[in-house]
Write a protein of this length. Structure first.
Length: 124
């Protein structure tokens, strides 16, 4: 014969155990997300001197996170991946303009003669 006082305790223990097991099962089903900051950080590149202007070369890896241009004596600026000139082409880049306001890419031979003061020639 069971004591009426032990039945509610046993029922609570069973309920607590079921709740714990359910939580453990659900914990095993959750998606795991990892964060890799290098995917979001732009790759840094330095400039080289051209004929009266500075040159930026997009790395051959064409980083999807964009590039950060480190120019001597100037503040750094970024070129998003979607604004790289195509491989073999160039683009004049004016740091004071937003990426969407930059001139269209063109042939390097033509653009080398058109780089205004304070601008950079970006080689794709």
């Amino acid at each position: 014969m069971t004591n009426g006082a032990t039945t509610p305790i046993r029922a609570r223990a069973i309920a607590a155990t079921a709740l714990l097991l359910g939580a453990l099962v659900l914990a095993g089903c959750t998606a795991r997300v990892t964060f890799d900051p290098s995917v979001l950080a732009p790759e840094s590149v330095s400039t080289t001197a051209g004929a009266g202007y500075l040159i930026v070369r997009v790395p051959a890896s064409r980083p999807a996170s964009g590039i950060e241009v480190l120019a001597p004596g100037a503040s750094a600026f970024q070129i998003p991946a979607g604004h790289y000139p195509p491989p073999g082409a160039c683009r004049i880049w004016l740091p004071e303009r937003t990426p969407g306001q930059q001139d269209a890419p063109g042939t390097c031979d033509d653009l080398e003669r058109q780089v205004p003061p304070g601008a950079y020639l970006v080689y794709g």
